[in-house]
Design a protein around this ligand. Sequence first.
Ligand code: ADP
Ligand code: MG
Length: 396
Amino acid sequence: MSLDHIDAGDPATIAASLATRFTDQYGRAPDGVFAAPGRVNLIGEHTDYNGGLCLPIALPHATYAAVGRRDDGTVTVASAQEEGSPFQGRLDELGPGQVKGWVSYAAGVLWALQEDGIDVPALDIVVDSRVPVGSGLSSSAALECSVALAACAAAGVDVDDVLRQRLVKACMRAEAEVAGAPTGGMDQTISLLGRTEAALLLDCRDWSTSQVPWDPSSAGIDLLVVDTRAAHALVDGGYQARRDDCEAAAAELGVALLRDVTDQPAALRSLSDERVRRRVRHVFSEIARVGEAVEQIGAHAWEALGRSFAASHASLRDDYEVSCEELDVVVDTAMRHGALGARMTGGGFGGSAIVLVPHKEVERVSAAVDDAFRAAGWPAPGFLTAPPSNGARQVR
Ligand code: ADP
Ligand code: MG
């Protein structure tokens, strides 16, 4: 059986066929086509909403949005990933409680941009995505950010780095307030600010960013992404329960964010609840591992980075309890077949894992993971390669 490789596709080709689709649907060409990438987080998981550090890279896999202005106050949204007729609504009725389901991620952005004072015109929008949806690779932010960029262009607003920071906040608001899925901001930030050849070190306390040159391929090492295809739903309770534990701990410790704790050993000793203590231990140790990983990447210490990946996974599995059987099987199998390190990435409860592996071992590791899934009777996993890629941009 051949492996299921998930291809990012050629941006110009995807944009051209999306433009054709738009033209077929609306009888006119789109004004432009915009793309925003999905992401994998190298390390620093469940730290963003604690004001911590994370280190994502943008994927070559993106969501594409074709847009055209209209002049009647109506917004339509269609997706190649959703059957059925396009959504149609009023531009001034896209806020919380007014749109539901997948459309809320796109329409919610138009609402949030208006809330931020951007004069969004009425629009037709057609999207198509190469980011697997619901796989922990942030198709939601890719959708939001592609629509945000498209709407700004339609509004005639210049998109510089300052505006991109505002768009991060607008997309976060859309996902939290309209789609009803609070996220910590990592996904939107990397989708809008990602650069090729670098990971983005993001400090989620003050939202400062810095580029961390990321080039394992120069040492013959690949980053392999494995989509377990196991269900994960951030809208469900698990993610919110972790956030609630962190908030409760911060309140008990008298800080706004867990990142603000200065004496971590004392804080851990003082927490009254055993589960909450383990959650906090993960947050502390994971933030520390991000700092270590940045040094390891800078020193091209790939084996040490692999050990950091493994420690991160163990902490997410045991202390934070957001892994699952499929993710653990990817990690364990990859490690047994020559990977330097592996860990779940994204929110967890399914979704995807990343594997740091010598290029010459990629096929062997992939085949072993695929075999393990078949032996367990699970659907075949998907495989992606992840050279760091560009953030949101106009492609046509
Ligand atoms: P992830 O961001 O990891 O892919 P989420 O659960 O955060 O997973 O977001 C997935 C949801 O985003 C989907 O259930 C759907 O509502 C919406 N979505 C993302 N991409 C698309 C798309 N191309 N078309 C329609 N809806 C999409
Ligand atoms: Mg998401």
